[in-house]
Ligand binder design. Structure first.
Ligand code: RM4
Length: 434
């Protein structure tokens, strides 16, 4: 697995916390008007361009001017939203801009160095003083073109990244890659499919995970051990306990993502129960409980996640509901459960319509028979188990990890044109009629 390098130097990737700190700062235009850095991200996103911030050492620094002039001459212009930030006073902005040939970039002053400090741009740019022999590598003319080609490479790869002494690429299209820092929240994540998804997301680059779990003794112990496993993979996990049927728990999950990581990129609605029971024996309380956890709870948590995704900057995200093959077919002892799974699939289809224009994709995964605690009792019946195995062309039942891959795919930008879809992951069980 690869993790993002954390930013205690100019060469490192910015952390999610640094990005959110940066968005809370302001820079000044030449009229000394305060411009929020968050709005710079929004503007770039509206144009579907990555935002590249170029930090100058001084507005009067000759080498920085050369670097900016070289950027102006390169083909980078059409592919990024370029913003030059200098540590001087706003009065110097126009003079500086003229001295580099008035390129069509945005120029801002950051006299208090708030944005510099938020992103950790200090080492070469600010702390070296003016002594010529200490001037950083980025000031050497020969490197300017290398830096520009690295910017172009980054832009082509679509990754969020920070590299080199003088530029920070901080936005653009969200890519779930080793260089990104996606934040994921998963309900019912302490065990089974939810746990496998959390681990797979961390293994594929997520550095922040909100782990929701019920909160009894067993799931608490599971969540704590998952937190450790995620830490070993380089991801920070925040634990949120509670019954998902309570709408405040769904809100607490979104709040934890916002508080701890500044955003939420991927939400996996996974929590669900299935106390197997015949249709004639079904008690009203059991029927209601299953609707409350599997469908009502999923709705409230998904809505809270979507509200956060719709207001964050850059906006958007990917929502994945773990439904079931039983959204499509029946289960003799699952007449309470199958409507909730059909409901989840349907909910993603409807949510996809309203949330698509906000950059939020909504899809469902339909697992087949995956061996977890939910069906352990049911599968103790050897004859039934064998019958189920035989129906699978792949000749085995599923494992939680079988579902994690398709979830990571849907979470990632590889699935960027998928919304409102449902992906059946069942080892071929569904199609095996005769
Ligand atoms: C799954 C699948 C399994 C069933 C569980 C409870 O969605 O249908 O076969 O046992 O639900």
């Amino acid at each position: 697995m690869s993790t993002a390098t954390h930013a205690d130097s100019d060469d490192a990737l910015p952390t999610a916390a640094q990005l959110s700190a940066a968005k809370a700062t302001h820079v000044l235009d030449s009229h000394a008007t305060r411009i929020s850095v968050a709005s710079l991200f929004d503007d770039a996103q509206a144009q579907q361009l990555p935002l590249v911030l170029v930090f100058t050492r001084h507005f009067h620094c000759g080498m920085c001017k050369e670097f900016v002039r070289a950027l102006a001459e390169s083909s980078i212009l059409t592919r990024v939203e370029l913003v030059i930030v200098g540590p001087g006073e706003p009065a110097g902005v126009e003079t500086y801009k003229a001295s580099v040939g008035n390129p069509p970039f945005k120029f801002f002053a950051d006299p208090q160095l708030n944005l510099y400090h938020a992103l950790g741009v200090t080492r070469r740019n600010l702390e070296l003083g003016d002594a010529k022999e200490k001037v950083g590598a980025h000031h050497k003319v020969g490197l300017t073109h290398n830096v520009i080609s690295s910017v172009i490479d980054l832009v082509k790869s679509g990754t969020q990244a920070l590299k080199g002494g003088d530029f920070k690429q901080l936005g653009g299209e969200f890519v779930f890659s080793e260089k990104g820092e996606p934040v994921v929240a998963i309900t019912g994540a302490s065990r089974g499919i939810g746990r496998a998804c959390a681990l797979a997301c961390a293994a594929h680059g997520a550095t922040g995970v909100v782990v929701h779990y019920l909160g009894d003794t067993q799931t608490t112990a599971e969540a704590e051990s998952l937190q450790q496993e995620l830490a070993d993979l380089g991801a920070k996990a925040v634990l949120v306990a509670g019954d998902i049927s309570d709408a405040t728990v769904g809100q607490a999950i979104a709040d934890a993502a916002e508080r701890e990581f500044g955003r939420l990129d991927v939400f996996v609605s996974n929590a669900g129960i299935c106390p197997f029971m015949g249709f004639l024996e079904m008690e009203a309380s059991t029927w209601r409980k299953v609707q409350d956890v599997n469908l009502n709870g999923a709705f409230f948590a998904t809505q809270a996640a979507a509200r956060l995704m719709s207001k964050q900057s850059p906006r958007g995200g990917s929502i994945i509901a773990i439904a079931s093959i039983l959204a499509l077919v029946g289960g003799e002892f699952q007449s309470h459960y199958t409507p909730t799974k059909a409901g989840l699939k349907s909910m993603m289809e409807s949510a996809a319509i309203g949330l698509g224009p906000l950059g939020i994709r909504c899809n469902s995964v339909l697992p087949g028979t995956i061996e977890t605690a939910i069906n352990a009792d049911d599968l103790k019946d050897d004859a039934k188990r064998q019958r189920m195995v035989d129906r699978h062309p792949l000749r085995r039942l599923g494992r939680p990890d079988d579902i994690a891959g398709p979830v990571v795919f849907l979470a990632s930008d590889l699935a960027k044109f998928m919304t409102g879809s449902s992906v059946l992951v069942d080892g071929g069980c569904f199609v095996n009629l005769q």
